[in-house]
Design a protein around this ligand. Structure first.
Ligand code: CIZ
Length: 326
């Protein structure tokens, strides 16, 4: 089937089922295009959640990973939320088990609990704050100015970046993203040396030695903005390569290079591609309404508890007018 045929079929299915597609920057390029061309949305997890809440359609199709579907459900409990693939998860989410995390929090109950959006609804339900990478630094600065001691979970690299930037007193959970953890420092230095006329854009889920080589460190939205603003010919990108679709769309004349994941210490995970984001393929957009097993189901209790720290995040963002591109 051609792209045009897919587009016609998917538009009809969406109309018939009163549905809209909400996709993440990290999914397959064709899926992002189909979301855009059917009047849906592509963005980071915070924007996806916000956008979903404003739609009149009764069904949201989430092309991304499970925590994004759960956040969409928490903010839209009366809508049906369908994942393109219910097995699509995230190593940060699976690496932060609810029972173990609860024990950790109970042991340090003098600390406020801040969790990254990349966690399960259950983990969010026992947290004080949810953050995305776009607002981690300003929120932690704010909490630190109030004299708060914190627990941070699950990404230790993002946690360390926040501590380096804000000086916060945070206990870190030992989690990591299997994609960002794989970037290789010596190989990145070599790539920069080969392309001196370059900007280096790095997501803060990367190790500190990679972050130290960046011109810009930030969320997916921030990195896309930085790629647009860059005056350089070469842009080296250290984040999931699905994002390159958006970057190339806005800057067709720039040359984008994927930060190296091969080299000393590389494993079969080192491909710069998230295996779970990669489950979001076009065929599943055609099958999504018949799949039966891909609906996000959460109890009212979890929805009510997890909504509190998510609402706090959204309100903090609004009150502090954090730039969408930060
Ligand atoms: O929050 C998100 O969407 C993720 C996973 C990354 C980012 O930086 O936007």
């Amino acid at each position: 089937m051609s792209y045009a045929d897919h587009l016609i079929s998917i538009k009809q299915l969406l109309l018939k089922n009163n549905a809209k597609i909400i996709a993440h920057y990290y999914v397959d390029e064709q899926v992002q295009r189909l979301a855009e061309d059917t009047g849906g949305f592509v963005g980071d997890s915070l924007e996806m959640a916000r956008y979903g809440s404003k739609q009149k359609e009764t069904t949201l199709i989430v092309a991304g990973v499970k925590f994004m579907g759960e956040t969409a459900k928490i903010l839209n409990p009366d809508k049906k939320v369908l994942m393109l693939d219910i097995e699509a998860t995230c190593s940060l989410d699976t690496g932060c088990d609810y029972a173990e995390f609860k024990e950790f929090c109970d042991t340090h109950n003098d600390r406020d609990v801040v969790v990254y959006a990349n966690t399960s609804a259950k983990v969010k339900s026992i947290s004080d704050w949810v953050v995305t990478s776009s607002m981690a630094v300003p929120l932690i600065e704010h909490l630190t100015s109030l004299g708060k001691k914190l627990i941070w979970a699950p990404d230790k690299y993002l946690g360390n970046y926040v501590i380096d930037t804000t000086g916060a007193d945070m206990l870190l959970w030992d989690g990591s993203c299997i994609v960002h953890e794989e970037y290789k420092t010596i190989e990145l230095k070599n790539m920069i040396a080969k392309h001196p006329d370059c900007d280096v854009l790095v997501h803060p889920e990367s190790p500190r030695s990679i972050i130290q080589l960046a011109n810009t460190v930030g969320s997916t939205t921030r990195l896309i903005e930085a790629s647009k603003a860059s005056k350089k010919k070469y842009i080296i990108v250290a984040t999931e390569k699905g994002i390159l679709y958006q970057m190339k769309k806005f800057s067709p004349n720039k040359i984008f290079l994927e930060a190296p994941t091969e080299g000393e210490g590389a494993t079969c995970k080192s491909c710069g591609r998230c295996p779970w984001m990669n489950l979001n393929i076009v065929q599943k957009l055609l099958d999504v309404f018949n799949a039966k097993t891909n609906e996000i189901v959460l109890s009212r209790d979890i929805i009510n508890k997890a909504k509190k720290p998510i609402d706090r995040m959204i309100n903090f963002n609004l009150n502090n007018k954090i730039n969408r591109a930060s």
